[in-house]
Design a protein around this ligand. Structure first.
Ligand SMILES: Nc1nc2c(ncn2[C@@H]2O[C@H](COP(=O)(O)OP(=O)(O)OP(=O)(O)O)[C@@H](O)[C@H]2O)c(=O)[nH]1
Ligand SMILES: [Mg+2]
Length: 424
């Protein structure tokens, strides 16, 4: 099975909680606070793997969660950090946010670790909050809890050259004779159902060629295999347009060439603008005909000098070397491909500053990232913790913001599931 688009769910690990603990050692009746910090949650990391060429493994497992950080414990012992989770994808996998469809990352560089989600921070234990005036803090901080995200993985193969043409014209045969790829070759339409990649070794250079299923007239409307797989050559730099010059199936070669170009254009103007080299294949079938040379010359005359035209026989491996020479001649001057622009630079950057105050019926509700962050450290049942909370609301200007919105002493304020009266 070949899968090139899939939705998966990813979640970084939660941060472990800090704990409240006091040293109880014999001879030390009032030992100091010794609650350790929680560990950091694991990250979600994507890496390119050359062992996978499509996204089929994600068809079976769709949930990926990094390990949670452990809670702290007494005697200042910090919790262990959660384990990172590694997700292996083929080169050219584009990761999008399922909700907004924005590009989060393009898996472009091998050996790079792409940290897509960062694990939650561990909470501080009560030992951390000890100061000279607060020697026995009875509160600790919760670990940062992380959210699960749905993301779309879409494979957009990265290759240098794309082979295009009608079915059965010999694209896969050509791939097999210029690279060490061994695609299926057979004398019927749509032998190739999914893209094949091969590497051409050219002196001290090398480049990647992608062979895709054949296109036919109406592909853009879904005829044949449709044109969805064209996305696998969208990121090539050069197209080799393979044409059956022998008309072995009764079609007119120049018309084939025009039809395919039309289909390309209706898929993407960018693809249609890529430079093309024309490989006139199956010349062996016309070589002995008296009009053999004329057929080739007529085709060349029709396309004019805008295109390089190379007659070949992929099956007999005739003149294939000249074709590869022409490919390299063009390719070497074409700009290198670049990763797709990331549209979501702040994906999963935790919001710790936003504040929203709303008047609802007879109370005021405060929400936003600032509050989420603050609340992590609060145990309202604890007197010290509650007064710390109030102090932060005052110091950070939240009380003033409430008043600016019209709140008065005695009014009810709601923060998450906490309710209290405004007291100035
Ligand atoms: N006579 C001759 N036959 C060829 C040549 N190249 C390919 N063929 C034959 O044409 C048929 C189709 O070849 P493929 O390479 O499978 O064609 P394709 O373009 O990949 O076809 P699809 O995958 O179906 O789009 C096979 O029977 C090949 O042996 C050639 O140069 N001369
Ligand atoms: Mg094929």
């Amino acid at each position: 099975m070949f899968i090139d688009k899939v939705k998966i769910f990813i979640k970084a690990g939660d941060g472990g909680n800090g704990v409240v603990s006091f040293l109880h050692a014999s001879g030390l009746p009032n030992g100091g606070p010794d609650g350790g910090n929680g560990g950091k949650g694991g990250d979600v990391v994507f890496v390119i793997s050359n062992d996978v060429d499509n996204l089929v493994s994600f068809h079976y497992s769709k949930h990926f969660r990094a390990g949670n950080g452990e809670n702290g414990s007494k005697r200042n012992r910090n919790g262990k950090d959660g384990k990172d989770i590694y997700i292996y994808v083929p080169k050219g996998t584009v990761i999008r946010d399922a909700e907004t469809n924005k590009v989060i990352e393009d898996m472009f560089f091998e050996n790079k670790h792409y940290v897509i989600l960062k694990g939650g921070k561990g909470g501080k234990g009560n030992a951390f909050f000890a100061t000279s005036t607060r020697q026995a803090p009875k509160f600790s901080q919760m670990g940062e809890k992380t959210k699960e995200y749905a993301v779309i993985l879409e494979l957009k193969t990265i290759a240098d050259v794309g082979l295009i043409g009608y079915p059965n014209v010999g694209k896969s045969t050509l791939l097999s004779c210029i690279t060490d790829a061994r695609p299926k070759i057979a004398n019927y339409h749509f032998t190739t159902l999914t893209p094949n990649l091969g590497v051409v070794k050219y002196y001290e250079h090398s480049f990647v060629v992608a062979d895709i299923p054949g296109l036919i007239r109406g592909a853009s409307e879904g005829v044949g295999l449709g044109h969805d797989f064209l996305r696998h050559i969208e990121r090539t730099r050069l197209l080799v347009h393979v044409v059956d010059i022998s008309s072995s199936e009764g079609r007119e070669p120049y018309k084939d060439f025009q039809e395919i170009n039309k289909e390309l254009k209706s898929f993407s103007s960018k693809l249609a603008k890529l430079p093309q080299i024309i490989a006139l294949n199956k010349v062996d079938l016309i070589a002995n005909r008296p009009d053999g040379k004329k057929i080739i010359d007529d085709f060349k005359a029709k396309v004019g000098n805008k295109y390089t035209v190379v007659p070949i026989s992929a099956m007999a491996q005739a003149n294939v070397k000249s074709l590869v020479d022409e490919i390299w001649k063009k390719l070497k001057d074409l700009p290198q491909p670049e990763p797709i622009k990331v549209e979501y630079k702040d994906f999963d950057i935790k919001d710790t500053t936003s504040i929203k105050i709303e008047k609802i019926d007879n109370y005021y509700e405060i929400s936003g990232g600032y509050i989420d962050q603050l609340i992590r450290g609060i145990v309202l049942s604890d007197y010290q913790s509650a007064s710390y909370f109030q102090k932060r609301l005052r110091d950070d200007g939240i009380i003033k913001m409430l008043k600016d919105k019209g709140a008065k002493n005695g009014d009810t304020i709601k923060i998450k599931d906490i309710e209290f009266e405004l007291v100035d």
